[in-house]
Design a protein around this ligand. Structure first.
Ligand code: TXA
Ligand code: MG
Length: 306
């Protein structure tokens, strides 16, 4: 018996909220990737998230809200520019780093003064969180360092029965993680490129976001992350990809490089499928570093790191 439940079943949101309330973990569909969600109000659930993922404690978690009115409970001294931005962008694939409130567990922040927060666009996720009545903390629902999951089956393959229920709402529509912007620095900084295009955020704010420099502050900034088992080689053009494939007939090209939304949405599933098929060498074409291309390049680079 699998622990996957369909998002359309009548009692799914109630069942999921019940699991959260008793300190259990759920596979949560979001528009970016599936999350491994536990109640932000349960220390037991938060510890279990680290255990089940194999994630070192100290790597902080993103707090997911159902609605904007929960923000003040978890964050304080939120700058006006940040408020205006989330009013325009949430629900959506954007995470803000803010000053934490005293209500946020140290397990969530890894003892930092900051907390990462977002409201996911997935309606089923929001109704589960709303029904639970507290925020949920949710990292991507993969084993630490592995490729993020974009389907319920991916979550099952990585985490199996260690998740109480996995809510299946179909494949994630965006397919790469949220964009993370740090609002605790004098000029907002990009901590992780993601599903919300940086250019669009800058236009909404009317300012340039700074690039992270010096010691990077998000764990997603590790050099190796999102990694498949097979080797991944990156190239900048189709002719380059073709010459590699000519030389290594067993190599597989990651498809949909000509269509950025589809490239992002299918990237992790393609890497997982290639691993399943025992492909030893994958080849991927780097998109231009603008819009969604910035996040895709970032994930490809980390997946390709030896
Ligand atoms: O799209 C997403 O953001 C997905 C879905 C499930 O919402 N979540 C996700 O979570 O990607 P995770 O844990 O895989 O990545 C969260 C990133 C990590 O790199 C973590 O270090 C960073 O956010 N982060 C969270 N809280 C932070 C904090 N207080 N300071 C610095 N970085 C933080
Ligand atoms: Mg992750």
């Amino acid at each position: 018996m699998s622990n996957i439940v369909n998002s359309n079943a009548m009692d799914t949101a109630e069942r999921a909220a019940e699991v959260l309330t008793r300190g259990g973990l759920i596979g949560l569909p979001t528009e970016t990737v599936y999350g491994l969600a536990g109640s932000a109000a349960s220390e037991r659930a938060l510890s279990k998230i680290f255990e089940v993922k194999g994630r070192p404690v100290g790597h902080p978690l993103i707090v997911h809200l159902a609605s904007l009115d929960q923000l003040d409970h978890y964050a304080q001294s939120v700058p006006q520019t940040a408020v205006s931005l989330v009013e325009a962008c949430w629900p959506g694939p954007l995470t803000l780093l803010l000053q934490r409130s005293r209500h946020v567990s140290d397990l969530i922040t890894g003892n930092r003064h900051t907390v990462a927060i977002r409201i996911p666009a997935n309606e089923c996720a929001r109704s589960i969180i709303a029904m639970h009545g507290h925020a949920v903390a949710a990292p991507s629902a993969n084993r630490f360092g592995h490729v993020s999951p974009t389907t319920a089956e991916h979550v099952l393959a990585d985490l199996g029965e260690n998740v109480d229920i996995i809510v299946d709402d179909g494949p994630c529509t965006i397919g790469v993680e949220s964009t993370i912007i740090d609002f605790t620095t004098p000029v907002p900084q990009l901590l992780r490129p993601g599903g919300f295009a940086l250019e669009d955020l800058e236009e909404l704010m009317g300012i340039h976001v700074a690039m992270p420099d010096g010691e990077s502050r998000a764990s997603g900034m590790l050099e190796s992350h999102y990694a498949p088992k097979g080797k991944l080689q990156l190239v900048d053009s189709l002719p380059d990809a073709i010459s590699i494939i000519r030389a290594h007939s067993e190599a597989r090209l990651i498809d949909h490089w000509g269509n950025l939304p589809l490239y992002a949405a299918s990237l992790y599933a393609q890497m997982r499928q290639a691993d399943k098929d025992g492909v030893q060498l994958m080849v991927a074409i780097n998109p231009a570093p603008t819009g969604l291309g910035r996040a895709i390049r970032d994930r490809l680079k980390k997946a390709a790191h030896p």
